[in-house]
Design a protein around this ligand. Structure first.
Ligand code: SAH
Ligand code: SF4
Ligand code: F3S
Length: 443
């Protein structure tokens, strides 16, 4: 039996893709290898969002050149966004690679691997499709039995000037609600209690069909056994009042949203083509909090965008201070081939300025998170336990409804269970709690 090994980079969408095509390979007679060394097929599911992400793959795949020379039957595949973005350039730089396949090719993966093996020639497969293929959810291996992602929509029709995703993932296509609900039933039957709906622009879900994300979220929340529904990533432009009401009214829709602001400067937001102003973003946050007071917000920020002045950056700091996000990912601008940003703008903010702004925003964000987390001391938080804490194996780690990490001590096997904890202390990243009682067995 042939064995495959997958290394996954990038976002949750890539994690889910890896699960789904792994399942497809297993249905075609492959089994999972225990590591690169005993694999007949080595696949890299890659990310192209920043240059750094691509460089890591070039080096990881580059070191396989020696093995390929002595083991010509080995199939090496570069999949994912970087495959879609770089195409034949990958074969120029890594001539020992057998297969370059974009995200819309995964259903064909077993056939593409056969073709590469039989022809002995490198295969390039990067055509976009206008539909979302069906994968067998029972076959797709997951990290754990109680949490699952479902692809709700693929692609992105926004035109953020810095971003490769519309190129790598193509046009927006929403998966029909009945198909998603069916998947949720299958997953619930397998013991899944938490579902995260994925889309690069999930708030635009169903728009082409006259639906909205709230319709989907309600339908998934109604599936018996599903105790937590989340979705990611949201664009402020499409967020509706009804979505926030759904979060407030349905106890199993988690009051948490990842809705990147990117910048607090109107001039930079316009250059980014984000389609909202700072004031409009704040209005949406106000609406979210008005409808769902316990909502927790997370953001992404890009610092050092072309022409970003100190004043622009101060506006971003001010926004972060005003909104007080529960979490924020901070990125330094990286010009990406094929984007309008790279075509029209000069990457003129020096590396050391980007780094300094990154540190400054991070320090502010950490201070805010610490203050917010300390304010949670004394609160009761229901945790879905994910496993043993990496730092201290005697402790358990999981997440509360608002997605905060909670660490606590407890006896027995608690992974996959819900545990009520009382928060005793906090850091900027973690709440530390004590279980209120031994958990009831769940699902
Ligand atoms: N679809 C999601 C995520 C896109 S990529 C969304 O719209 O939010 C995740 C994050 O990477 C983005 O939110 C942005 O902050 C960052 N990012 C994207 N392109 C980038 C680039 N060229 N340089 C630096 N950061 C970038
Ligand atoms: Fe990229 Fe913008 Fe689409 Fe997000 S909304 S994936 S940042 S183009
Ligand atoms: Fe990266 Fe593609 Fe995700 S570029 S962030 S893996 S959609």
């Amino acid at each position: 039996m042939k064995k495959f090994w997958v290394e996954t980079f990038g976002c949750q969408m890539n994690k889910l893709d890896s699960e789904q095509f792994s399942g497809e390979l297993m249905l075609h007679g492959y089994s999972q290898a225990t590591g690169q060394d005993d694999a007949d097929v080595i696949l890299f599911n890659t990310c192209s969002v920043r240059e750094h992400a691509e460089q890591r793959v070039y080096s990881r795949a580059g070191i396989l050149k020696r093995r390929k020379a002595t083991d010509p039957g080995l199939v090496i595949g570069i999949l994912g966004c970087m495959a879609q973005q770089e195409r034949e350039k990958i074969l120029d730089r890594l001539p020992h690679v057998d297969l370059v396949a974009g995200p819309d090719q995964y259903k064909n993966l077993p056939a593409l691997i056969d073709e590469a093996r039989e022809s002995g020639e490198a295969i390039l497969a990067t055509r976009h499709t206008a539909f979302i293929p069906k994968f067998d959810r029972l076959a797709a291996p997951r990290e754990n039995p109680w949490q699952a992602y479902i692809l709700a929509m693929k692609g992105c029709d926004e035109m953020c000037s810095y971003c490769v995703v519309p190129r790598t993932r193509g046009r927006e296509v929403s998966k029909p609600i009945p198909e998603i609900v069916e998947e949720a039933h299958v997953l619930a039957g397998q013991g899944v209690v938490e579902i995260t709906l994925l889309g690069q622009n999930i708030t635009a879900y169903g728009e082409k069909e006259g639906k909205e994300l709230a319709d989907l979220v309600e339908a998934v929340a109604a599936v018996p056994g599903i105790r937590r529904v989340r979705f990611v990533t949201s664009h402020p432009h499409h967020a509706t009042r009804r979505l926030f009401r759904t979060m407030r009214d349905l106890p199993n829709v988690m009051p948490q949203i990842h809705m990147p602001a990117q910048s607090g400067s109107d001039r930079i937001l316009a250059l980014m083509k984000r389609t909202y102003t700072n004031a409009e973003y704040l209005d949406i946050i106000a609406m979210a909090r008005e409808e769902c007071p316990e909502i927790e917000l997370a953001s992404d920020f890009i610092v050092g965008f072309p022409t970003e002045t100190e004043d622009d950056f101060q506006a971003t700091l001010k926004l972060a201070e005003q909104v007080r996000f529960g979490y924020a990912f901070i990125f330094q601008y990286s010009p990406r081939p094929g984007t309008t940003g790279m075509r029209d703008l000069v990457d003129d903010v020096p590396a050391e300025v980007k780094l300094r702004r990154n540190h400054e925003l991070l320090a502010l964000q950490e201070r805010i998170q610490l203050e917010k987390n300390v304010a949670r001391v004394g609160a009761t938080v229901e945790v879905l336990v994910e496993g043993r804490s990496e730092r201290n194996k005697a402790k358990w780690t999981g997440r509360g409804p608002d997605n905060r990490i909670v660490v606590f001590e407890g006896d027995g096997e608690l992974a996959g269970k819900f545990v009520e904890t009382k928060i005793a202390r906090a850091t900027a990243l973690t709440l530390y709690g004590d279980p209120l009682r031994q958990p009831a067995a769940v699902g």
